[in-house]
Ligand binder design. Structure first.
Ligand code: OGA
Ligand code: MN
Length: 207
């Protein structure tokens, strides 16, 4: 019951902030329990060696570690792990709320685990691909217990220059922003940095 109330007020804050600022930071929408379970799934994936260097460019196939050094593993909604199912359920709830409150017309959601090895970063970019991208809203959930400021790895948003917002990738924190509106970058991380990053698409993915 308590959890439900926390989640409802977290949801309302996300909707309000997204409307007012084009981004939202929520430490309450994803429960600490779910975040811990997702970290466990993340570590399992790491041991299965399914991470691949993330690419850039129109089809995100060009590998350029001087632009982005993270490694990713895509998740499937059909995954049988219950934390991953639960995560997709939560993101479906968020999608419905966003569509109701802001008429965004969001349909599908895609996401991947991302790890930034020591010394890696992702230079300033927009999440919308050049050409015909249907990405509308970006989400990043951080899975770093014991993160502290000297470790770097901040997400810097440029909502309205010269204003910048630096967000620390602390455990269970969810960042949501409008993909087309907010250039952003990931600062160099001095320790391995883990996240679950995803996008709501305006129309169905052609798969
Ligand atoms: C991305 C991205 C931000 C982060 O994967 O496109 O910008 O904080 N990630 O991990
Ligand atoms: Mn990005």
């Amino acid at each position: 019951m308590m959890n439900n109330i926390t989640e409802q007020s977290a949801l309302k804050n996300i909707l309000d902030d997204l409307h007012n600022k084009s981004y939202a930071i929520s430490d309450g929408f994803i429960s600490p329990h779910l975040a811990a379970d997702l970290l466990e799934e993340f570590l399992k994936s790491e041991s299965e060696d399914i991470f691949r260097p993330a690419g850039i460019g129109k089809d995100q196939t060009r590998i350029h570690a001087d632009i982005r050094g993270d490694q990713i593993a895509w998740l499937e909604e059909s995954d049988t792990s219950s934390p991953i199912q639960k995560y997709f359920d939560e993101m479906t709830k968020l999608k419905s709320a966003l569509n109701q409150a802001h008429f965004l017309g969001l349909q599908s959601y895609e996401c991947h685990f991302a790890k930034y090895p020591v010394g890696s970063f992702y230079r300033e970019h927009l999440d919308v691909k050049v050409g015909v991208s249907t990405r509308k809203v970006s989400t990043v959930l951080y899975l770093n217990p014991n993160w502290s400021e000297p470790l770097g790895g901040g997400l810097v948003l440029y909502p309205r220059r010269p204003n910048t917002v630096e967000i620390h990738p602390t455990m269970g924190r969810l960042v949501v922003f409008l993909s087309e509106d907010i250039p952003h970058e990931v600062l160099e991380s001095k320790e391995e940095r883990r996240s679950l990053t995803g996008w709501y698409h305006r129309s169905k993915l052609s798969m």
